[in-house]
Design a protein. Structure first.
Length: 98
């Protein structure tokens, strides 16, 4: 019997797994109860959000384009450009979602 798992450990393992499943079920149930109900956007709200995002993208793009002609950048300018690029890509993704 050397190197074999004792039989009683199989039942202990099943008990632990059933307790884990029960805890997971309680967690999922609690999470589902605390989720706010999802309501679809009305067309006016969607259009307003879309216009706002496009305006924000346009403003950020103008700022980005103003700094792209500089060929030698300091560390701060590089970080600013990278931040601006990241924000532009996030705004583009948000616009696509709407």
């Amino acid at each position: 019997d050397y190197g074999k798992v004792p039989k009683y450990l199989h039942s202990v393992k099943r008990d632990i797994q059933s307790e884990f499943d029960y805890i997971q079920q309680l967690h999922d149930q609690h999470h589902a109860e605390n989720q706010p109900p999802i309501q679809p956007l009305e067309d006016e709200e969607r259009v307003a959000l879309l216009e706002g995002l496009k305006a924000k993208w346009e403003k950020r793009n103008v700022e980005y384009q103003a700094g792209t002609h500089v060929s030698v950048l300091s560390d701060g300018q590089k970080r600013g450009r990278e931040t601006c690029e990241a924000e532009l890509s996030l705004l583009e993704k948000d616009i696509e979602k709407l």
